[in-house]
Design a protein around this ligand. Structure first.
Ligand code: UTP
Length: 295
């Protein structure tokens, strides 16, 4: 087997406007909204850490500086915790802090689309395959989504995209892939179609927001024309790349919460809170009462 280049870097495009979550996102980036007691972005970074990522590249934009602050030391706060002997809280903050030099921040000067945001990371990523994680999608499962993708990549090389099954009636809302032969623990992708017309989707496997891409995608994105929504789309760049390179699918079978949308965000809070031994006992009863009222 040919040795594969290790996936060391992950790009988190956090420059979107978050219009689906107004008015909250007028002043707070959607990635900083909390699911139980951690910002959404922390869950996604944790997924990357589990997959062996060593360098975290955040593509930020106007109003997103607080994300950079979150991944830095808060000196006064830590000093105060030390003075008050709050060891557990101190350890928590220390554990979450990326090692010095392992987080990079670059700015997308205008929200021209996801493809453009990824392209903004080209100098920091350089000439090696890398991961992209949509930072408002929380994936929940025993084995992290990106970890499963890295395992497939180590078998297949090339580009790997995570997919999940949707209701076939809903396929027209998503980016859908065509399913080819089995390849390692994944499968060969035969085609990718963005929002196929009703009844024409090649499968019900939709692209869920996790990608492992080869660096050649940057050259393609450099001259990528604007596509759907008048934005530079990552999918269009991948379609061009797929003419010369293999794409493989990884079927993620856990739960996905779209925290860029109000319903997904609320469900994520409920699901994660119910898993917490310190919270579940006090919300279980009231939650059941709320649900009973639905009948
Ligand atoms: P979304 O369409 O979900 O993000 O883009 P958005 O624009 O923030 O949200 P809405 O639709 O207005 O509510 C998917 C991901 O791509 C990033 C977003 O931050 C999000 O994580 N993105 C999108 C950028 O970084 N830059 C862009 O120009 C567009």
């Amino acid at each position: 087997m040919v040795e594969k280049t290790k996936i060391r870097k992950a790009v988190f495009p956090v420059a979107g406007m978050g219009t689906r979550f107004l008015p909250a996102t007028k002043a707070v980036p959607k990635e900083m909204l909390t699911v139980v007691d951690k910002p959404v972005i922390q869950y996604v970074v944790d997924e990357a850490i589990e997959a062996g990522i060593e360098h975290f590249v955040f593509v930020t934009g106007r109003g997103k500086a607080v994300i950079e602050d979150y991944f830095d030391i808060q000196f006064e706060l830590e000093q105060l915790l030390r003075e008050r002997n709050k060891k557990a809280e101190l350890t928590l903050l220390e554990d979450l802090l990326p090692k010095a030099g392992t987080a990079s921040f670059t700015r997308q000067q205008a929200p021209l689309g996801l493809g453009h945001a990824v392209w903004c990371a080209r100098d920091i990523v350089g000439d090696e395959p890398f991961a992209v994680l949509l930072p408002d999608m929380i994936m929940h499962s025993e084995k992290g989504c990106l970890k499963g993708m890295v395992d497939v990549y180590n078998q297949t090389g090339g580009n790997v995209i995570a997919v999940q099954e949707c209701d076939p009636d809903q396929a027209h809302k998503y980016g859908i892939v065509g399913v080819g032969d089995k390849a390692g623990d994944g499968f060969k992708i035969t085609e990718m179609v963005e929002k196929p017309a009703k009844g024409t989707a090649p499968s019900n496997f939709y692209i869920n927001g996790r990608y492992i891409l080869q660096p050649e995608v940057f050259n393609i994105l450099e001259t990528q024309e604007r596509g759907a929504g008048n934005e530079i789309q990552l999918t269009d760049g991948m379609l061009t790349l797929a003419k010369n390179q293999d794409f493989f699918g990884y079927h993620f079978q856990g739960d996905t919460y779209d925290c860029g949308a109000k319903d997904g965000f609320i469900l994520a809070n409920l699901a994660f809170a119910l898993e917490r031994g310190d919270i579940r006992p006090s919300i279980e009863g009231p939650l059941k009462q709320l649900v009973a009222k639905l009948k």
